[in-house]
Design a protein around this ligand. Structure first.
Ligand SMILES: N[C@@H](CCC(=O)N[C@@H](CS)C(=O)NCC(=O)O)C(=O)O
Length: 205
């Protein structure tokens, strides 16, 4: 098994964290961003998006980080990691799609504005607006976690991975974080997981 992608990419982090949870030890090939490699014809054959991550497993090439997490959880995980019951399964799926379509689009501008934008090019008004939008989205997650230990229910599952990698970034940013007791309790529990610490809790860059 091979995972292609630079370690500071949130989408690569999801995949490496998932591998850690499943006790898988893929070969990790660092490509993308300053490392290049994503425009090589061989890479484009695996991933025509020219983005990271890409997974190679058993003759299969997969891209789209949340799809890779689903694949790994179903193929190598148990019924907690990837629920068999169709309603529980799709409850998890929904939160994984929510991360890609709602949470990350809200958080990304805050992250880019503070971590990847030089001081003299920052737009404080846009930044403030983005932070407020992000807090509103986090409030929804806080509510979801009011009566659940984890995003998918009582046990850690694939649903925690995309959302957890995003929430690490949010807490790691130097912004005002409204007090969300449920979210914080869940997040603190993630910080006790070895693979989360190793693959996700890295300095932001
Ligand atoms: N929806 C895709 C997005 C992939 C993506 O945007 N990856 C970024 C890094 S987070 C990327 O490849 N950027 C260009 C690069 O690193 O060369 C996924 O979830 O895998």
């Amino acid at each position: 098994m091979k995972v292609w992608g630079r370690p500071n990419s949130i989408n690569v982090q999801k995949v490496l964290w998932c591998c850690g949870e499943l006790n898988l030890s893929p070969e990790h090939i660092v490509v993308g961003g300053e490392f290049g490699g994503t425009d090589d014809p061989k890479y484009i054959e695996m991933n025509p998006n020219r983005l990271v991550p890409t997974l190679e497993d058993d003759g299969l090439s997969l891209w789209e980080s949340n799809v890779i997490v689903r694949y790994l959880a179903q193929r190598y995980g148990d019924a907690r990691m990837c629920p068999v019951d169709i309603r529980r399964r799709f409850d998890c799926e929904r939160w994984m799609d929510w991360q890609a379509t709602t949470l990350w689009p809200a958080l990304r501008p805050v992250f880019i504005g503070l971590i990847r934008t030089p001081n003299d090019q920052r737009d404080p008004a846009a930044q403030k607006k983005a932070e407020a939008r992000c807090a509103a989205v986090m409030a929804m997650l806080d509510e979801r976690l009011a009566d659940r230990r984890f995003v998918g229910g009582g046990a850690f599952s694939m649903a925690d991975i995309p959302v957890g990698a995003s929430v690490y970034r949010w807490y790691a940013l130097d912004i005002v974080h409204p007090k969300f007791a449920n979210l914080r309790r869940w997040y603190d529990s993630l910080t006790e997981r070895l693979a989360f610490r190793k693959e996700v809790m890295l300095p932001l860059s």
